[in-house]
Design a protein. Structure first.
Ligand SMILES: *Cc1c(COP(=O)(O)O)cnc(C)c1O
Length: 412
């Protein structure tokens, strides 16, 4: 089925009253009538027991996301950060290593350094070209971690090449697909990634109203190479033998939800479920507007450099064309200096915020905000210059937006 069809039908549960929408199960615990029924639910993991582990509203969201990402399994979380942590926690043990792309989302770098570091996990950062990643792999590498589109450099990695390398070396390819907009722009699992995590806070929610995240995975023989799936679990079963491909999402759910409690609220699950119904429509329109702005602003005398993957001369154009269904809602302008960026942002009557994927166009100056904790050298390496302005294009009329940009450029 096409994405748009799945977006409005997938995951909607049958309702005893015929309700045509997703009921919110604002419930912590689920009762059982007999001892036997309780024992059965604990033994099989089927049905509901306690909302920290799963609830019917979040389960509906998981089913919708599963369909939209072309995944076999989905687990929802309270935020993108929680999803990143759980996705990796299920793959790692003390002493393991992760090879990650340079220029990741800032809080991902923080999580890797300050939390995975506590667990004795080392992360090596490389240019995410398959050859560079190959050089960085060691016998202890358990995951390769990249983003669908680096932010704010807007570079797209060679997903197919990385997936082939991961398969060859028996290491999981984990993709942060936040910029893939819940599969509407990109579906990395279909290109061979083993695991996708994403922040639902951005384009999936679409209105900047709630936090959420998810971990998605597919059937794979890869898990038979991870010791945590081959040793007996506390119940005495060997996860790979008992569950096959489901051993990974079950571990994600057990560690991330049952034990760490990073559970999504059913109220938020409801809003995200609804947001997904229009995500394809929104990102297509935003992509058209972003391209319109990029075409009209490139070559403007005040714009020193402009990046938009949908411009044929952009270094990411070929990869974006291959991996994305549209060129996306993100573009960057380099105005040459922090002073120029400051004047521009003061003059433009649009919100300045460190967020993305809102219905409103959001602008940010990464040098002094999202990337300010990195050294100057680190910022430049991530493609962040003092004059760079990042734009997450919203749903406003394209002519209105162009007018605002041109007027604000006058102030530079
Ligand atoms: C926002 C974001 C995250 C973190 O998600 P939250 O929902 O804010 O916790 C992770 N990765 C990327 C690429 C993001 O943009």
């Amino acid at each position: 089925m096409e994405y748009e069809t799945l977006a409005v039908h997938a995951g909607l549960p049958e309702d005893p009253y015929g309700a045509l929408g997703l009921p919110i199960y604002a419930v912590a615990a689920y009762g059982f009538k007999t001892l036997e029924e309780g024992a059965e639910r604990f033994a099989t993991g089927e049905g509901y027991v306690y909302a920290r582990q799963k609830d019917p509203t979040s389960r509906a969201l998981e089913e919708r996301l599963r369909a939209l990402e072309g995944a076999d399994y989905a687990v929802a979380f309270a935020s993108g950060q929680a999803a990143t942590f759980a996705a990796l926690l299920a793959l790692l043990r003390q002493g393991d290593e992760v090879v990650a792309a340079k220029g990741l989302f800032g809080q991902t770098i923080g999580l890797f350094g300050q939390v995975l570091g506590l667990m004795g996990v080392r992360v090596r950062y490389v240019d995410p070209e398959p050859n560079r990643v190959r050089e960085a792999l060691s016998a202890s590498t358990r995951a390769i971690f990249v983003e669908t589109m680096a932010n704010p450099a807007l570079e797209v990695p060679d997903l197919e090449g990385l997936a082939a390398l991961a398969e060859e070396r028996g290491v999981a390819l984990v993709v942060d697909n936040t910029f893939g907009a819940a599969g509407a722009l990109c579906q990395p699992l279909r290109w061979g990634a083993h695991v996708v995590m994403q922040s639902l806070t951005k384009w999936a929610s679409g209105h900047g109203s709630v936090l959420g995240g998810a971990v998605l995975s597919r059937e794979t023989e890869l898990w038979a190479r991870y010791p945590q799936f081959l040793e007996k679990d506390p119940r005495g079963q060997v996860p790979w033998e008992a569950l096959k491909g489901r051993c990974y999402p079950e571990r994600v759910r057990t560690l991330g939800l049952s034990l760490l409690g990073m559970a999504l609220s059913p109220f938020h699950a409801y809003l995200l479920f609804q947001g997904l119904e229009t995500v394809a429509l929104r990102v297509r329109r935003m992509s058209e507007t972003a391209r319109f702005l990029a075409e009209h602003l490139q070559g403007h005398p005040k714009v020193k450099a402009l990046r938009y993957p949908g411009l044929p001369q952009d270094p990411s154009y070929e990869r974006a064309k291959k991996y994305l269904s549209a060129f996306g809602p993100m573009l960057t302008l380099d105005l040459g200096s922090q002073e120029a960026g400051s004047r521009f942002l003061k003059a433009i009557p649009l919100p300045k915020a460190a967020n993305l994927g809102d219905a409103r166009t959001l602008l940010v100056h990464p040098w002094t905000t999202t990337h300010s904790r990195l050294s100057e050298e680190g910022r430049l390496q991530a493609g962040v210059t003092p004059g760079l302005v990042r734009v997450s294009v919203g749903l406003e009329g394209p002519e209105d937006l162009l007018g605002m940009f041109l007027e604000a450029l006058e102030a530079v």
